[in-house]
Design a protein around this ligand. Sequence first.
Ligand code: GAR
Length: 217
Amino acid sequence: MSERPRRTAVLISGSGSNLQSFIDRAATGAIGLELCIVLSNRPDAFGLTRARKAGIPTECLEHGDYPDRESFDRAVAAVLDAYDPDLIVLAGFMRILSPWFVQHYAGRVLNIHPALLPAYPGLDTHQRVLDAGEKWHGSTVHFVTEELDGGPRILQGRLAVDAGETADELCRRVQAVEHQIYPQAAQWFGEGRLECRDGATWLDGELLSEPVVTDFS
Ligand code: GAR
């Protein structure tokens, strides 16, 4: 465990169920992270209510108020930096980040994507997986780079697709997996076990050429 909890900023756009999984794990004291700020680009994001209930400071910046992507990202970073974060956690933050933002926090931004990357980057993953008749689906925690959904992978949770299930049902099962794997990967960071170096993931001093995979079937 590192000496002090890593200060962690969580960026959201919506429900914030992944944020809740961090709040719940942080309450156990096990995660090695201090949630120092939750920032949303949408004022009606339910995750802001979750954060306030947990006593975490909140901020909202609406991207429509800024002329372009980078000026919004610079404003977000100015807010975040006032909280001196060690780690930035994207938890359903539905914005593509500018290269400036990614470089500003190089190696310190985590994302969760609802697919077994590199398969199915982008949107609408659950329906696309069903349409393709895939046997397996899941979610991936990865470091963020300038390539959308393309940064070094850390941890995947996978599950078998059930015959006849709908995209909504699959989404719910994948989200339950996310609530396990995302705080777990962040905890590794909090414990000083996880880093992004030379464009790759390192866990316990070992280069991870493939992500750690946990089967939730
Ligand atoms: C999560 O399922 C996450 O994987 C997805 O948004 C959802 C947010 O849910 N993220 C992306 O699609 C990013 N490309 P939440 O607000 O309940 O945590």
